[in-house]
Design a protein around this ligand. Structure first.
Ligand code: SRM
Ligand code: SF4
Length: 586
């Protein structure tokens, strides 16, 4: 790899505003001594299952969320017990690549310390839920012994770098995956706090240089980087703070189009918060990518809003200061402007399930995992599989599991094993299910207002029956369900999305593109499942009758003008009940 200059600007001792004027979270970071806080002491307090004061916020930087089982909240409150405090632990697995031995190791840790098995996330890593405080250090050391960690899996830092490339598919894929890993390595915080607290290593002297890239305040908010290789937009590159789209000619990786300012999160009660598509603003050579990611992260570190946390994501920095400002800042730090972006075409987002052959003749099989949850029988089946299968694994950003690098001579044997373990149907699941994502939501997510993962099977059944009424069984639609507007399953990039508002009530979004490059629009607020089917029924009918050959549902809605109608209110719906409820036996 050719040597590239480091673009890092060390701002650790050069804060432009006094900390006292900043958001409380900034003050907390400033006094945390590079993310130490009082975490180590709080872990030893056996009177409560929680950690005190600021520590839950600081622990996010270590990949750990304090939660409580919300199903049990009111019962425990009635019995005057503290909430059932527990922790979610999220690993950092750049590009989602694991060995079978690492999977088995995580499986063992999950059985020993967690509840609800393993959860593959929409950023191709694994979360464990329901971990008790007194098991955290043991768990973290177990994760370390597998060659993994959890640092910066959450918090105001660079989150797990996602990568759509299965490195074994071609030399270009391998190169992109290597760059994604290098980017992740480059962007992780360097503080010794992690090793001291979780591995109980001796403290090293801390000081201004302990985390020079981040400085004592780290970032104003999370920062997400992702790599995609057209024509597959499996990572939803337009939803990343920084998306890098591979430009490939033949077998050569020429470089990356630079996409900035994507993000999903919004608050329903603030008009100045919104999902935003990342924009392609230029092109860089391949080798520059990790340093370039650090450069862009540095711009956000220095200019992101540190007073209003709800406007602190990079997308708002760009909207506040403008693309021209950003390009000038990039040129100044880089020493030259960006080259123009090159044309790209995506044809799908989501995973290609089933078997794919790589350029070297080896095979790669992607198994569908409902909402990424691996528990009960599935956990046992996969453990049995990985005890024999010694190959490599890749987690996908669509919560699925890929078996990679299977030599052709062992393919038939592996297929038999999948058949024996009743896993083979996951290579070719029901198509609508394979186009559906849902976030964790209840009972662990503290921000959930409605069900998502647990509701998805029931909603999918209803949705499929409605599609069948219109002969649309063979027309998959991207469908995403989240328990709140934060958008962890990237709902605003789907053709149809439900985002939770209250138990049983959702906002209905329609009209995103099948390729993940157009945002869905709010179509109806606070609707229940009956109302949702009533709203979709005439749209499905009209789509079935009037669509062009090969036209996707989201594109049809935009072309036909169906989304230009006024936002539907629940009152209007109640006045015009359709016979849909009976047709679907709801
Ligand atoms: Fe997320 C917060 C789960 C991907 C936007 N997300 C949360 C928390 C940690 C709730 C909290 O802050 O207390 C959820 C934990 C639930 C639980 O019990 O496990 C949570 N997010 C998830 C996961 C597990 C969803 C899943 O079903 O797979 C995903 C883990 C990804 C990972 O491995 O790192 C997950 N979250 C996303 C994505 C999708 C992506 O990055 O591709 C988004 C939208 C993209 C974006 O960031 O804009 C996303 N999560 C959020 C937000 C809104 C951020 C914002 O800008 O407003 C929050 C809330 C927050 O940060 O304040 C949030
Ligand atoms: Fe929780 Fe909301 Fe994210 Fe779902 S979208 S996991 S409910 S924060």
């Amino acid at each position: 790899m050719s040597q590239r200059p480091s673009f890092t600007v060390d701002r650790s001792s050069d804060l432009s505003q006094p900390v006292s004027e900043l958001h409380d979270n900034e003050k907390l970071k400033a006094r945390s001594n590079y993310l130490r806080g009082t975490i180590a002491g709080g872990l030893k307090d056996s009177v409560t299952g929680a950690v005190p004061g600021d520590d839950p916020l600081l622990m996010k930087f270590h990949g750990i969320y304090q939660q409580d089982d919300r199903d049990l909240r009111s019962d425990r409150a009635r019995r005057k017990l503290e909430p059932l405090y527990q922790f979610m632990v999220r690993m950092r697995i750049p590009g989602g690549r694991l060995s079978a031995a690492q999977w088995l190791g995580i499986d063992r840790l999950a059985r020993r310390f967690a509840e609800r098995g393993l959860r593959i996330t929409t950023r191709q890593t694994i979360q464990l839920h329901g971990v008790r405080k007194w098991h955290l250090q043991l768990l973290m050391q177990g994760i370390r012994d597998l060659g993994l960690d959890t640092i910066a899996a959450c918090g105001d830092d660079s989150r797990g770098v996602v990568c759509g490339a299965n490195p074994a598919l071609s030399t270009v894929h391998r190169r992109v995956a290597e760059l994604a890993t290098a980017t992740s390595q480059r962007l992780i915080p360097k503080t010794g706090a992690y090793r001291e607290i979780w591995y109980e290593e001796s403290a090293m002297p801390s000081g201004a240089s302990e985390d020079p890239t981040y400085g004592p305040l780290y970032l104003p908010r999370k920062f997400k980087v992702g790599y995609a290789i057209p024509p597959i937009n499996d990572i939803d590159v337009y939803g990343q703070d920084l998306g890098l789209i591979a430009i490939v000619e033949g077998d050569t990786l020429l470089g990356f189009n630079v996409c900035v300012g994507g993000g999903m999160g919004q608050l329903d009660n603030r008009e100045d918060s919104y999902p935003r598509l990342a924009e392609q603003l230029g092109f860089i050579e391949a080798d520059e990518a990790p340093a370039f990611a650090e450069l862009v992260m540095g711009i956000q570190r220095d200019f992101g809003d540190r007073k209003d946390r709800h406007r602190a994501r990079f997308k708002y920095t760009l909207d506040r200061l403008g693309n021209d400002w950003f390009l000038a800042e990039v040129a100044a730090r880089r020493g030259q402007p960006l080259a123009p972006a090159q044309p790209v075409t995506f044809t799908q987002n989501g995973d290609q399930l089933g078997w794919t052959e790589g350029a070297d003749g080896r095979w790669h099989g992607t198994l569908y995992i409902e909402s990424g949850r691996v528990q009960h029988a599935l956990q046992d089946q996969l453990a049995a599989l990985f005890q024999q299968y010694g190959g490599r694994i890749r987690l996908t950003t669509n919560q699925n599991l890929q078996l990679t690098d299977v030599p052709p001579e062992t393919l038939a044997q592996l297929q038999n094993r999948l058949d024996d373990l009743e896993l083979a149907h996951r290579l070719a699941p029901e198509e609508q299910a394979a186009h559906t994502l849902s976030c964790v939501a209840l009972p662990t997510c503290g921000l959930a207002m409605a069900e998502a993962e647990r509701y998805t099977p029931a909603f999918l059944d209803l949705f499929n029956r409605l599609k069948a009424l219109h002969g649309l069984q063979q027309s998959p639609m991207t469908l995403r369900i989240t328990g709140c507007p934060n958008g962890c399953a990237r709902p605003y990039l789907a053709e149809i999305a439900l985002t939770g508002r209250a138990p049983g009530l959702y906002n209905l979004y329609l009209g995103g593109s099948y390729h993940g490059d157009r945002l869905a629009q709010l179509y109806a607020g606070n609707v229940d499942e009956v109302q949702i089917t009533e709203l979709l029924d005439p749209l499905f009918e009209s789509y079935a009758r009037n669509r062009h050959a090969g036209e996707h549902f989201g594109d049809y809605l935009v072309r036909s003008g169906a989304l230009e109608q006024q936002l539907v209110t629940t009152t209007a719906l109640q006045q015009s009940r359709s016979p849909q409820r009976n047709r679907l036996n709801i």
